[in-house]
Design a protein around this ligand. Structure first.
Ligand SMILES: [Zn+2]
Length: 208
């Protein structure tokens, strides 16, 4: 698959969405969809690198589009200034080749998982726990889904640790390379199956 024909949907233009969007635009992914309903805030610019001081108070999706099209005018940036919910997710994700899930809460992750299964869209999932990152691709009906891996939400204490660790950027870079790699191989079912055959079905890739 040609990267320029690819459509990738990013959930959020914040700590994960920022580096993901920048690298994917630089790599030449043709269409980048971005969902976010927040405004640019000065307190988290150190990791939300799509935005800057001049844009404080602006809609994050507008700021993201400005930065990305300035870097690569060939990228078609589609913005969704809305909260992802059960009422809109199916229409939003429709037509995308890959979803990059960097969401930070379990209800949204389960929602994304279920909708992606319905629409048969692979999800690249990334999360970080202390100094370890976890990156995996959920390919519908080829490997396990997010509910297979985490059937029950993890405790609140665990969650707050994950949120604190989100500032670590290393996992994001790896997640990006996984998206590009996956897009290049999207039509190659054998590749996907070989990935899952590499280890036990429920063991995601680990990075340190
Ligand atoms: Zn499952």
């Amino acid at each position: 698959m040609k990267l320029l024909d690819a459509k990738v949907l990013l959930l959020g233009a914040g700590g994960l969405g920022s580096p993901a969007a920048l690298y994917l635009a630089a790599a030449g992914v043709g269409t980048l969809g971005i969902i976010d309903m927040d405004v640019v805030d000065s307190s988290n610019l150190q990791r939300q690198i799509l935005h800057n001081m001049d844009r404080i108070g602006d809609r994050k999706v507008d700021s993201a589009k400005k930065t990305l099209t300035a870097m690569n005018p060939d990228v078609n940036v589609v913005t969704y200034d809305t909260r992802l919910g059960a009422d809109n997710i199916l229409s939003i994700i429709d037509g995308y080749d890959v979803i990059v899930d960097g969401t930070d809460n379990f209800p949204t992750r389960y929602l994304v998982n279920d909708a992606a299964l319905l629409k048969n869209i692979p999800v690249v999932h990334g999360s970080i726990f202390r100094f370890e990152g976890q990156v995996t691709v959920f390919s519908p009906y080829v490997g396990p889904c997010y509910r297979c891996m985490i059937p029950e939400p993890v405790s609140y204490t665990h969650l707050t640790v994950i949120r604190r660790a989100e500032r670590t950027a290393v996992g994001y870079a790896i997640e990006n390379s996984l998206v590009v790699h996956y897009l290049n191989r999207l039509s190659d079912l054998a590749w996907t199956m070989a990935r899952w055959a590499e280890g036990p079905m429920h063991r995601p890739a680990r990075v340190r």
